[in-house]
Design a protein around this ligand. Structure first.
Ligand SMILES: *[C@@H]1O[C@H](CO)[C@@H](O)[C@H](O)[C@H]1NC(C)=O
Ligand SMILES: *[C@@H]1O[C@H](CO)[C@@H](O)[C@H](O)[C@H]1NC(C)=O
Ligand SMILES: *[C@@H]1O[C@H](CO)[C@@H](O)[C@H](O)[C@H]1NC(C)=O
Length: 454
């Protein structure tokens, strides 16, 4: 997860973004739009059609086995609109974090929690109190959920499969405990449980997803968790929420990230099940590299600035050589391993010499945008394009890499990461795009989107 989360937290505080003192959070209205069919580019449409056929079968099988609990009328009809579900998703900027949040309904009866959406980790957890009275702030109380079952430490699953589970097992029925470490040094400690969540299907009915592995977190460290109630782990592993949801709703999930500085009422959806056929924007597709559990890897072929491919050694993008790139919704800024970092910010900054430099730690290149003349600002900002395997092009808006850091100050929003090591495409670079993680077919698809109609 987020190497630079704390950093962005500070930056957003500098920006004067309001933090809720009492931890209260307003949720956007829950509105799930039905799947819209037709109007797609032919090739993508074909792909989606075969996915749908496949997952309809999977779904029927699960309904028969009772793994998916939907009211009988729907199970019988299996209307197309019921084959996906969505959760409202918002930028956490208003709460002072560089994360995106979803509203997640946990337990029975279902209670809402605001979770950080993280494709870079595989534990879904909520701040939780196993015992004791209900407190004023929002905490999950297992005692008041009928479906909560502690996973015992003697279970095979605890010993072999669950990430960061602790080996201590005083008695066979003692809880399976975890001490989950994130890559930014934050962590969460608690007990593993088998629990249900409620999801709102595209047809607006509710369904219960049973047999989820969730964490009841008693203690945590890391400022990134202050504003949220926990984390929705979408990483690629057997126990993650993404895997469990995919087993019932087809092999993937998709999200559209609104501008990270947008108002708190701007929301989009995290969606499970077939992605909706894309609108007018072209859809790019690249293979997903799935052997880096729980991370989602992609192959970068090169990065260009104003049409010129930079001379970045291919080894930087090669997983086998200790490099490679992951797509992470839990990281805010994009991190490039040296020497990619130097070449990219070098090329961008050479085209911005007209703008007066200012210093603003930890960014290397920042510009006083108020001091630049009107004509200068109207001129072109260098265009950065990330070229991915299979011919896909990520052509982000300039504000995704020349980011607003303070009033009138813009900085190149890319950070260096050590070499050898992976590079990370963070959520700011992903903003205003629709991303579809088609895990089953090992494909990542993306297209420009305002996230409005989503
Ligand atoms: C969760 O509990 C249900 C019912 O008790 C059981 O069938 C299922 O195998 C459990 N799943 C996990 C992941 O422990
Ligand atoms: C969000 O709120 C602002 C003002 O508070 C309003 O102008 C805007 O239209 C709202 N946007 C949405 C998507 O509701
Ligand atoms: C930017 O330039 C303006 C006008 O030249 C000046 O007033 C302001 O203090 C500068 N801002 C920073 C952050 O240096």
């Amino acid at each position: 997860m987020p190497a630079l989360r704390r950093l962005l937290l500070l930056l957003l505080l500098l920006l004067g973004v309001l933090v809720d003192g009492d931890g209260k959070t307003e949720y956007p209205e829950t509105v799930v739009l039905p799947l819209r069919r037709g109007g797609a580019a032919a090739s993508v449409h074909e792909l989606l059609r075969s996915d749908r056929l496949r997952q309809r079968t999977i779904r029927q099988r699960l309904i028969r086995r009772g793994a998916l609990d939907i009211s009988p009328s729907i199970a019988g009809a299996a209307a197309a609109e019921e084959e996906s579900f969505g959760m409202p998703m918002t930028s956490g900027a208003y709460a002072g974090t560089g994360q995106y949040f979803v509203r997640f309904l946990l337990g029975t009866p279902a209670r809402p929690f605001l979770l950080v959406v993280d494709t870079g980790s595989d534990l879904t957890w909520a701040k939780c109190r196993l015992r004791g009275r209900r407190r004023r702030h929002r905490v999950f109380h297992p005692a008041s959920s009928k479906t909560f079952r502690i996973i015992p430490c003697a279970a095979e699953m605890c010993k072999n499969d669950l990430p960061f589970s602790l080996s201590a097992c005083p008695t066979p029925t003692s809880p399976c405990r975890y001490d989950y470490k994130y890559s930014d040094d934050s962590s969460a400690q608690g007990v593993y449980a088998n629990e249900s969540a409620t999801v709102i299907l595209a047809g607006r009915r509710r369904a219960k997803l049973r047999g989820l592995v969730v964490g009841c977190t008693a203690t945590f460290s890391g400022a990134s968790f202050w504003a949220a109630d926990g984390v929705l782990g979408l990483g690629n592993s057997g126990s993650s929420f993404a895997a469990r949801a995919a087993a019932s709703f087809g092999g993937g999930f998709s999200y559209c990230l609104v501008d990270h500085l947008s108002l708190r009422n701007a929301s989009s959806f995290l969606r499970f099940g077939p992605a909706r056929p894309p609108a007018a924007a072209p859809v790019h597709e690249t293979p997903l590299v799935l052997d880096l559990q729980p991370f989602y890897g992609v192959g970068i072929m090169g990065i260009s600035v104003d049409g010129k491919i930079l001379a970045i050694p291919a080894i930087v993008w090669d997983f086998a050589s200790g490099g490679g790139t992951i797509v992470d919704s839990g990281t805010s800024l994009t991190l490039l391993a040296e020497p990619a970092y130097g070449l990219v910010v070098g090329a961008l900054s050479r085209r911005l010499t007209w703008a007066p430099r200012v210093s603003m730690d930890p960014f290397e290149f920042c510009y006083n945008w108020t001091a630049a003349t009107a004509e200068e600002k109207a001129g072109p900002v260098p265009a950065m394009v990330v070229h991915l395997a299979g011919g896909a092009r990520l052509d982000p808006p300039a504000k995704s890499y020349l980011i607003d850091v303070a009033d009138g100050v813009k900085c190149l929003g890319i950070q260096p990461s050590p070499w050898p090591g992976v590079s990370t495409l963070g959520n700011i670079l992903q903003q205003e795009h629709m991303w579809e993680f088609d895990v089953e077919n090992q494909r990542l698809r993306f297209s420009r989107s305002t996230c409005q109609a989503n």
